[in-house]
Design a protein around this ligand. Sequence first.
Ligand SMILES: [Zn+2]
Length: 216
Amino acid sequence: MTQENVLSEKQQLKRGRTWRFRDQLLDWSPEIIEVEGEGPRVGMQKPLLLELQEQVRPSGEGGAGGAGFGPGMPVAAAALALMQDIEREVADRLWSLPRPAQVPEKLAQRIQYWVTCLNDRPDLIDECYTVLGGWVQRINDLFNPPTVVRLRRKCPACNLSHVWETLDGERVQNRALVAAIRPASDTPVLVECRACGAGWCGPSIHELEELTRPQE
Ligand SMILES: [Zn+2]
């Protein structure tokens, strides 16, 4: 319990954000819905994990998923792949956590347990924050794909302008600097370098613009 006192302000902020990711993934939350002709009304927003699970098993039946899908359902296939990634990742993480009296079986319970462990293990905050934040973004992207703009600039961090990528099994050369636009999210614009992984968002995009301005 004394560890609570040694949490830096930055860590506390990160832990708070991790809690929010957990809520978005696992909890029902109220949201305002505009109904035409009737004005605003309070509805309930589904947890992201449940939304993903329903994509994988739309009927609510058990089953391994995937079997019932015909061709031409890329969202369901992507949802299944993402679901499997999350399940695998959670199973791996459980080994690095303190052993509970009873190992939680359900995916949601396992995620909940991981977040609960942060109270006594501040050293786990960074990783949990990164992983949960990544899931929230990947699930949101699946249902609301971001607008992607490739920038005709060199990355100021690695100085590369292009990167080789594999698209549908083919090697293609693409611009390295990519802006992803997600109007409804916490980071409406995120610029990333596909070559070195450097990223810019919010006010740091001004910096990026200055650093990469073409020399006249
Ligand atoms: Zn780069």
